[in-house]
Design a protein around this ligand. Structure first.
Ligand SMILES: C[S@@+](CC[C@H](N)C(=O)[O-])C[C@H]1O[C@@H](n2cnc3c(N)ncnc32)[C@H](O)[C@@H]1O
Length: 191
């Protein structure tokens, strides 16, 4: 069976380019920074070819990225100055002191196997007052009728409130029971 790295390298070596996924526009990035005006560092999980990293660097943010695909990370190295890791985030261990102001999860959440652990781990990697930005295709019901990249609304509604509070959802696109959403979430302080 192909490893996660082999799976994604094969995808990127086929018709899908590392730059194929919808990019955030300046208006969306500005809105994110309105909620987190003091953010200085960001971590992009599943950073692909690094376009978002370079957009964040243009805003003076210190960046870190991880991706399962070495092909994607090679592409990211060409456009970004980020600290980059090749690996499966779910198995990767980061130093205790590694913390960020913002974490981005763009077109990645649906591929994560243990989503509850993932969300909790992200919270642990964020500074107090930090934010999680999720961009994902969402299906309102019945995941079976959608492509692998979709996540069910009901699951999101359960996952997010454990560690995060919703600051804003922007629906970037909607058709029938499917939408593309950008969630701006604030880390909840653990009591
Ligand atoms: C649909 S692509 C999106 C890439 C990028 N975020 C973008 O929006 O252009 C999903 C990316 O997540 C990466 N990925 C999937 N599962 C991962 C995991 N467990 N750890 C790290 N990266 C992962 C894949 O290698 C792929 O580059």
């Amino acid at each position: 069976m192909a490893t996660l790295e082999e799976k994604w390298n094969a995808i990127y070596s086929g018709k899908i380019k590392t730059s194929n996924f919808l990019q955030l526009e300046e208006i969306q990035l500005s809105e994110i920074f309105e909620f987190f005006p003091h953010a200085k560092s960001a971590f992009d999980i599943g950073c692909g070819g690094g376009k978002l990293l370079s957009q964040l660097e243009d805003k003076g943010i210190t960046t870190t990225g991880i991706d399962a695909s070495s092909v994607a990370i090679e592409a990211a190295k060409r456009v970004s100055k980020a600290t980059l890791y090749v690996g499966d985030f779910e198995k990767f261990s980061f130093p205790e002191e590694m913390k960020f102001d913002l974490i981005f999860v763009k077109f990645v959440l649906a591929y994560i196997k243990k989503k509850e652990e993932f969300i909790a781990r992200i919270s642990g990697l964020l500074n107090d007052g930090g934010g999680l930005i999720i961009i994902s295709p969402v299906i309102l019901k019945n995941k079976q009728s959608a492509d692998e990249i979709f996540i069910e609304q009901e699951l999101l509604n359960k996952l997010i409130p454990r560690c995060f509070s919703l600051k804003k959802e922007s629906i970037l696109y909607k058709e029938g029971d499917k939408k593309l959403s950008l969630y701006i979430l604030g880390k909840k302080l653990q009591s």
